[in-house]
Design a binder for this molecule. Sequence first.
Ligand code: NI
Ligand code: MN
Length: 204
Amino acid sequence: MNFTYYGHSCFKVEVKGKHLLFDPFITGNELAKHVDIDAIEADYIFLSHGHADHVADAESIAKRTGATIIAAYEVAMWFAAKGIEKYHPMNHGGKWAFDFGNVKCVNAVHSSGLPDGSYGGNPMGFVVTTGEGNFYYSGDTALTMDMQFIPAYASLQFCVLPIGDNFTMDATDAITAAKMVKCNTIIGVHYDTFGFIKIDKQKR
Ligand code: NI
Ligand code: MN
């Protein structure tokens, strides 16, 4: 697996020759000005929930690359109505076998509305299991006891967790989450992008 970070909660994992892009929010992110969005490859675009800081660039990247959007039913259908032809709707507790591996949708304690105010269904996390390794992306979420189920689904090479506080977990809760999911490699995301989530990175 090969991991690339594009700022905020946007990252890409390359696995089995496929490019899995998560929560694209680049053009609206001051901290991602250096990212050439047109150079990002994608075969699949995962959207954890409908908020603009997770879906803003999904339509343009999906249309340019022909990637399949994987998201909650309501989010997937919202993009289908925009002319996205390849999408795979899912919901909490469900799993599906894709060509790169399996995806299981797990609980995230957050909210989910789309940028135009449409209902965005349940916010989700994803447990991705592949022949090259497994990882968990929690999406925007509070620390939740439901995370204790995750080791039963996969032993993780890494987990991607929000640490920005205010809208999600802070770093302290993310460390507790990592213990629950039994993973020592934490990639902290969803911090510093805008005012409410600027964090003191020296603080312990
Ligand atoms: Ni959110
Ligand atoms: Mn967010």
